[in-house]
Structure formats: C-alpha cells, structure tokens
Design a protein around this ligand. Structure first.
Ligand code: GLA
Ligand code: GLA
Length: 682
C-alpha cells in the first residue's frame, strides 16, 4: 500500500493545535480589481472560510516575461489573507504556461493521438515529459517557494492543478523518448519487451529501443498492440507522478516544514491517473469531485469519496474542489437542489474529508467558467446559495471534533485496480460495452441498498481484515496476485469476482487452459468461450433478475461448487450464472454476468450472510440511509446520510447527536437529504 507515509496535515498559521475543519475555495483575485478583494475577505469571514487555494492559474501574472517576476499583487493577497486569519494553500502556479513560454518554446505543446499540436487557448497545454517545460516550471516553483517560504499565511503547497486533466496522454517525441526510458527500466532488454508485447504478432518485432514509439494513430479500423497501449497508460500516469515529485522536491528543499499536496480527480470515468500509486508522493491526499451524470449520482459521489479515503490509507484527506451548484462543462448544467450542497459536502466529510473546498470563491465575470457556480454567485451575498454556504460553514465549525479521525474499517472491501480498468476496456476485446468502474459502483450501490458498509480500496491494500472481498472485473491477475487471493481465501476470507476476471497476466497475455485463467482453480470453474451479449439485450436468471453485457457458459469443475443462480434463457439456459466454492472456512464466488445494482443486491445479501457480515443499521434505515463511520482514540463518529427525498425515522443510536438533527430522544428523525452526525464512546 502506498498511502502517504508522512501524513502531515495543513499547517495552520494561527492556533495550530486547535482542531478545525478547513473550509474554503480556489480564490482567483487576479480576475478582479483590488477593491473587490476587501469585499472578498469580509464575505469569506462571514461564511466561516478559513483556507483558500491561491495562484493556481497565475503563471502569466507572476512571471510576465522570461526574466521578470512580479510578486507584488500576490504579496498583498497573502498579507490580506493572513490579516484575516485565512490560511493559504499556495499553488506552484505551473498548471497553465503563459503565452510567452509557448511562443518561445512551442516544443512544450503536447501532441494528440492523431499527431495534431495541442495549441494554447485553454489550459494545461504542456508535455509532462518536456525537459524545457520542466526547467521553466521548476524555476517558477523555486521563485514562488523562496518568495513565500517565511510567509505566515502559507499552510500547504498545491502542486500544479489536476495533473493530467487535459494532458495525460501526449504522443510527442519527448513522450516517445521518455516512454523508451520507462520501458528500459521495466524490461531491461529489447528481447524482454518483445516477449511482453507479443511482437511476433503482426511483424512488430523490435531490434533496437529507438524503434519503439508511443501507440500513435495507426489507421482507422486497426488495433494497436494492446500491451503497448497498456504500458503507455502506465507510463503516462507515472510521467505525471514524476512531474509531481520534481515540483515537490524543489518545495521540500526550500520549505521542509510545509506539507505538499496536489488535487487528484477520483471521480467518474477519469481514468488516466493511477492515484493509488501517486499517494506516497504527497503529504496528504486531496481530491476534486463533481457530481456525475448517471442513474445514481449520490452513490457515485460516495464511492469516489470512499475510494479517496482508501487511497489515503483511511486517514483524513482534503476535498480540494467540488461545486456549490451547477458546473458549466456538461451539455446541460442544472443547479443543485436544496439540500444537495450540504449533503454532498458532509458525505465527503464522513468518508474522511477534513477539508471542504470549492471551485471557486467568487463566480467569474468573464472567461471559460463564468457560468460555473461558486461560493459567491454573480447575484452576490444576498442570495439563497450564499446563505447556504454560510450555513454550511457554521455546521463544519461544529464538526471540528471529527477532525483527525480515521476511517473505521468495514467488513466488506471492494477492490479497485487501474490495470484492470485499462486492460478490460482496451480495444479488440470481446465487448466494448464493459464498464469497469460501473461494475464496481453497482456492487457499491447494492451494499448501500442493503445497508452494508463497504470500503473501496486499491488493490494493493491489506485485505486480510475483511470478511468479504468483492473484486469486480479483476481482469489483470499476475501470478503473485492469484497467490495472494488464494491465501486470503485459505485464511477464511470470502472472495467474489465477476466475468472477465483472471483472464490475463501483467503483460496482458491470456492465461491458457480456459478462463477465468489465474482464478480458475480457486473458483473451481472453467469457461471455454466468452459470452458477450448484444447491446440492449439481456438474459433472464432463475432468481428473477436479468443479466446484461456478458453471460458466460460456465462448466463447474470442482464438485464442491454450489450453484446459486442459473440462466433461464439465452444460449446458456440451465447453465450456471452465480457460483460459490467453499474453501475451508472461506469461499470463492463467481458472477458470470452483469447484474446491475438491483440484481447484485440479492446475490450480495446471500454472500454477505454466508460471510457473517450483517448490517450495522436498524432494519427501517437500511437502504434509506448510508452509514459512514470514523473513529479516534475510543471515540466513534457515525454519519447517517439520508439518501432519500423523504423523512427517515429510526431508533436513536447510542451517543450524542452533534450535527444535523435535534438531540435524540428515543427516535431519530432524519430530514430529506440531511446528514446527521452522532458521537459515541464506541
Ligand atoms: C483479416 C486479416 C487477418 C485477421 C482477420 C481477423 O482477415 O487478414 O489477419 O486480422 O481479419 O478477423
Ligand atoms: C476542475 C479545475 C478547476 C475548474 C473546475 C470546474 O476541477 O481544477 O479549475 O475548472 O474543474 O468544474
């Protein structure tokens, strides 16, 4: 597990030992005349804001020409913040290069898959592997760090911004060079690369490193070598992490006592960055989350927050950005409904966020994001939205006892793996309809529907303490992972996996002898041919559910395997869809079709019962309420999130309600979309 090793939190400039929830936003004063700044700080104070991220997109202002720096305005902003007891998470300002740099050095501009230049005009138009960009970026980082090293407002460093949001896959010649270096370190010899990439296929055999390229556009309708693609995805994530480390190293050398973070994007289909591998490079994990379109946006939010907590090793993390209301980057941008802002924010807090921040403080008057909501909208402070923001600030202040507490481990783990995400959704697969993250989310939603708590964790996490481990579409299973899972089950653990799991090794080579390859013996099954389903079709199951996307014909090999569900129709009618193989005190289960959240629920209920996992919620709250738990030194915090638009009533839990409802009598009533926090001794 590569969670942050040091876990140094925000260095509060004043009253450093007083626990407090961080509350604030990206603050972009350079978009406004100076007179507005005074209004800003006054309104910030009024809303309870105590931290702002400054200078994220300020490179062009801080360094207006190659040999000229202008810090005067930022000095003033830093002083102003400090005078009002607002801490600064100061950006290194390297997120978007200024026009002079790309004019002088167009070779820093990324190149798209098809070979087009990515021009300036938006932001983040830089190659992660450009030595020229790196040199200029680090020069700026050094200048900013030296300037503000001793500034009392400085609470943390914010490296760049959403690394990889727009530039994760760059196909330039710089990328080609760096890719070769990365491959040399991974494989050692061209021969080993040839083996890993299966280059005997289609005459792709390499004779020298110089012949190797990124997986650039290779013609319409043609499939690029899948291992070349997978390695390029791994490399691209690593290349950005290397940039993060390069900036961090400059910062640490100048200000060893100031923690360093960068904002991840654990949300939706953002898949380019393997954040589990990045976490060791920051002092604390930060995440940006925006509500996604989809059938269950609240579940997706909770899943993302939960996974962020998993990446952070269960320790507190920083919600660097979310939105107070509408975003502006969807085709239709609907404002949040009453209650959503507070509920979304507090759900993040339940999952470990000790900071609740937004993009951005004041809604822009011009520029590409002028229709994106903010803490202070165009219509000003006298608005319903701003009053909600003020109310949230007061509630977060009341939640200060929670600060510093950790995730209380659940009984169920849902395993999340970037390699499997990338490889299972590659090209030339049995179906392009498979959605790795959605499958994991379906299992998570089923947990929520059943009132079962689950931790979403990266694959490298220690699984031994979990009673039930769900590993949906665990497609890439190197031999060592298969052994790990066998040991988990042999130790009494209960494992469940799904279709298209265990199929390939770390080189994306198929395990021979029948699917699910590396997991075949553990599951006691054998599959000869994959059974993808035509889009829009489904097969009925004998438990009343239906399966879609995939329906394997499965042969049971081990007679001990219990058949839980069978197909009722389709080509595999009568064949097994869900199985469970008891192994000593543990078990290994297989689900051969996509059940969706509602179809997963009954299957999961059975598997959980067999694993001895029970809901921690009273019957009437299961499904209606999400229970999240944090703990510290014998103190427990239960977050009860009302997932519904109605009132939920349940027996009052033991302990003291510290937020979200009237102090409990014997019943606790949770208002629609409300979050109640209960503190107790156990
Ligand atoms: C064509 C090619 C073969 C193979 C098949 C796959 O026929 O000639 O090499 O790629 O398509 O369908
Ligand atoms: C990202 C960026 C912000 C802003 C928001 C808008 O998270 O980091 O600068 O563009 O999106 O949703």
């Amino acid at each position: 597990m590569t969670a942050p090793t040091s876990h140094r939190w925000l260095r509060w400039p004043t009253r450093p030992d007083e626990p407090r929830m961080a509350f604030g936003a990206d603050y972009n004063p350079e978009q406004w005349p100076r007179e507005v700044w005074a209004e800003d700080v006054a309104a910030m104070r009024g809303a309870g804001v105590n931290v702002v991220s400054v200078a994220i997109f300020s490179w062009a202002r801080l360094q207006p020409a190659p040999d000229r720096f202008d810090f005067a305005w930022l000095d003033e902003v830093m002083d102003l913040m400090h005078a009002h007891d607002i801490a600064v998470d100061l950006a290194t300002a390297t997120a978007s290069p200024p026009p002079w740099l790309t004019t002088l050095h167009p070779e820093v501009l990324p190149v798209s898959f098809e070979g087009h230049t990515v021009w300036p005009g938006a932001r983040q138009h830089w190659r992660p592997t450009s030595p020229v960009f790196r040199e200029h970026a680090l020069r700026l980082v050094r200048a900013v760090a030296e300037r503000y090293a001793e500034h009392p407002a400085l609470a943390a460093w914010h490296v760049s911004n959403e690394l990889g949001c727009h530039n994760v896959h760059d196909y330039s010649d710089d990328a080609a060079r760096a890719f070769r270096t990365w491959l040399q370190a991974r494989y050692g010899s061209v021969e080993a690369l040839n083996h890993a990439w299966a280059t005997s296929f289609w005459s792709q055999r390499y004779g020298a490193w110089e012949e190797v390229l990124p997986p650039r556009f290779a013609g319409h309708g043609s499939f690029i070598n899948p291992t070349q693609r997978l390695d390029f995805q791994r490399f691209s994530s690593d290349a950005l992490a290397e940039h993060l480390r390069a900036e961090r190293d400059v910062l640490v050398a100048i200000t060893p006592d100031v923690p360093v973070t960068t904002n991840f994007m654990v949300m939706g289909e953002t898949r380019g960055m393997d954040y589990a591998a990045w976490a060791a490079d920051v002092d604390f994990v930060s995440n940006d989350h925006y509500v996604q379109d989809g059938e269950r946006p609240l579940d997706e939010l909770s899943f993302s927050a939960n996974l962020t907590g998993g990446i952070a090793g269960g320790r507190p993390w920083f919600l660097m950005e979310h939105s107070t209301s509408a975003v502006n980057w969807k085709s239709v941008n609907v404002p949040k409904r009453p209650g959503h802002l507070v509920r979304d924010s507090l759900t993040h807090v339940g999952h470990g966020a000790d900071a609740v921040c937004y993009f951005q403080w004041r809604q822009s008057q011009g520029g590409a994001e002028k229709y994106h909501s903010a803490m202070l909208p165009h219509a000003g402070t006298g608005t319903a939205l701003h009053r909600t923001v003020q109310g949230l600030g007061a509630r977060l202040a009341a939640l200060s006892p929670v600060v510093g507490s950790s995730r209380r481990p659940a009984d169920i783990a849902i395993v999340f793996d970037w390699d499997s995400w990338w490889a299972a959704e590659g090209s030339g697969t049995p179906t392009q309809e498979l959605r790795y993250r959605q499958e994991a989310l379906d299992w998570y939603s089923a947990c929520l529907d059943l009132g079962l708590r689950a931790d979403v964790v990266p694959l490298a996490a220690d699984l031994s303490g979990y009673a039930l481990v769900v590993a949906p579409v665990l497609h890439v299973v190197p031999a060592a992972l298969a052994e790990r899972l066998e040991a988990y089950v042999a130790g009494g653990g209960h494992l469940v996996t799904t279709y298209f799991s265990g199929v390939v090794d770390e080189h994306d080579h198929v395990w021979l002898g029948g699917y699910p390859g590396a997991l075949r013996d553990l599951l006691g099954l054998r599959i000869e041919e994959f059974g993808p389903l035509e889009p829009g079709t489904s097969v009925d199951l004998d438990n009343g559910s239906a399966g879609s996307v995939w329906a394997d014909g499965v042969d049971v090999v081990d007679p001990a395997v219990e058949v839980r569900v069978r197909y009722k129709d389709g080509v595999h009618a009568g064949s097994v869809a869900v199985t469970r193989r008891p192994v000593g005190a543990g078990s290994a289960s297989y689900v051969g079709t996509r059940l969706g959240a509602s179809g997963v629920a009954p299957v999961l209920a059975d598997l959980a019962r067999d694993a001895g996992v029970v809901s921690e919620l009273p019957e009437e709250a299961r499904g209606a309420v999400e229970l999240i738990r944090r703990e510290r030194d014998g103190e427990q915090y239960r977050f009860l999130v009302n997932r519904t638009d109605g009132y939920v009533e349940l027996p009052a839990p033991a302990g003291e309600v510290i937020d979200g409802a009237a102090p409990a009598s014997d019943r606790l009533v949770i208002a629609p979309r409300e979050v109640v926090v209960v503190r107790s001794a156990d």
